[in-house]
Design a protein around this ligand. Structure first.
Ligand code: PEP
Ligand code: MN
Length: 337
């Protein structure tokens, strides 16, 4: 962090700025130039009150020179973080593919999809029980019954289960029952939820918000980590742009950016990004080529009659075909599936 003093700043104003910086826990380096005096913060400036300094008399501007996220920052943790997803590490050489329906609909549906995606090589089963629907009249999910059906599918297949949380009320139950807790795009900045999830030990799959910048997304990861839970998996699921042909716009450059800026694993959700089943295969391949650590893909045994997101869901057969295409591709980029 750098504070540029106005050329008219008095010595008292300079000292006042230094004092506020020091209150934030940094050492201040003073550089007296011919036109402006510049104050540089040495150390972690996260706790320095930048707004207060910018309002002080004699201060011209305040500039951040390092990222506001610390625990999520690769500078402070150069090695890739591996996150244990039900015994399988995510973030290393092996690419993890999480698959399953948008929503858990019935015992027969989740059992059929779980068995199929397991046979095709998925590392974990997804399925929503608490659904964030745009319309209150749409299917809202089976709630607690849906979680029980997922647990049953886990017993049947041995696959860890990934499901979305919408309310802090359910944290204790999720911690007991599920393997990975998903925070949906709509809740990426539900700071109370993030802080409470920071008190759990479960891996958190943190989806990128509908219109969030990469920095905002990493700051949300920081909330979870700063509250005590280092197990965050980032998920790029497309962002809202002017384009309407696809449901969202898959920002694959974000995968590269996040891998550069952070040590956390990043997975890609081509299903919600595109909204069209026929695009999922090639966008999944593009994500692997871009360096994603994993994928999360919607698969339904009867997409035409799905209660949610049927248009973007692969059939189990199409998912199997996708996995067969991903294996040699992963090898080309020095990974495996
Ligand atoms: C989902 O995974 O089913 C979902 C609702 O995703 P998103 O939060 O990315 O829209
Ligand atoms: Mn969905």
């Amino acid at each position: 962090m750098i504070v540029v003093m106005s050329h008219k700043a008095t010595e008292e104003e300079l000292q006042a700025a230094i004092q506020v910086m020091e209150q934030g826990g940094v050492k201040v380096m003073v550089s007296r130039g011919t036109e402006n005096t510049v104050l540089g913060a040495e150390g972690n400036a996260a706790k320095v009150d930048k707004e207060k300094i910018s309002l002080l008399p004699g201060v011209e501007k305040v500039m951040a020179v390092s990222e506001p996220y610390k625990m999520a920052n690769r500078k402070y943790h150069p090695e890739n973080t591996l996150i244990d997803v039900g015994g399988v590490p995510l973030g290393g050489e092996r690419i993890g593919v999480i698959a399953g329906p948008c929503s858990v609909e019935s015992a027969s549906q989740i059992e059929a999809v779980a068995a199929a995606v397991k046979a095709s090589g998925a590392c974990a089963l997804r399925g929503g029980a608490y659904k964030p629907r745009t319309s209150p009249y749409s299917f809202q999910g089976l709630a607690r019954d849906g979680i029980q059906l997922l647990q049953h599918a886990r017993e049947m297949t041995g696959m860890p289960i990934v499901t979305e949380i919408m309310s802090t009320d359910n944290i204790e139950m999720f911690e007991m029952c599920v393997d990975v807790i998903q925070v949906g795009a709509r809740n990426m900045q539900n700071f109370d939820l993030l802080k409470q999830l920071g008190k759990t030990t479960k891996p958190i799959l943190l989806k990128r918000g509908l219109s969030s910048t990469i920095e905002e997304w990493l700051m949300s990861a920081e909330y979870i980590m700063a509250s005590g839970n280092p197990n965050v998996i980032l998920c790029e699921r497309g962002i809202r742009t002017f384009e309407t042909y696809t449901r969202n716009t898959l920002d694959l450059s974000a995968v590269l950016a996040v891998k550069e800026l952070s040590h956390l694993p990043v997975v890609v959700d081509p299903s919600h990004a595109c909204g069209k089943a026929w695009m999922v295969e090639r966008m999944s391949m593009a994500a692997v080529a871009a360096g994603a650590d994993g994928l999360i893909i919607e698969v339904h045994n009867d997409p035409q009659n799905a209660l949610c997101d049927g248009t973007q869901s692969l059939t189990p057969e199409a998912f199997d075909g996708l996995m067969n295409k991903l294996r040699p591709l992963a090898q080309c980029v020095g990974r495996s599936i």
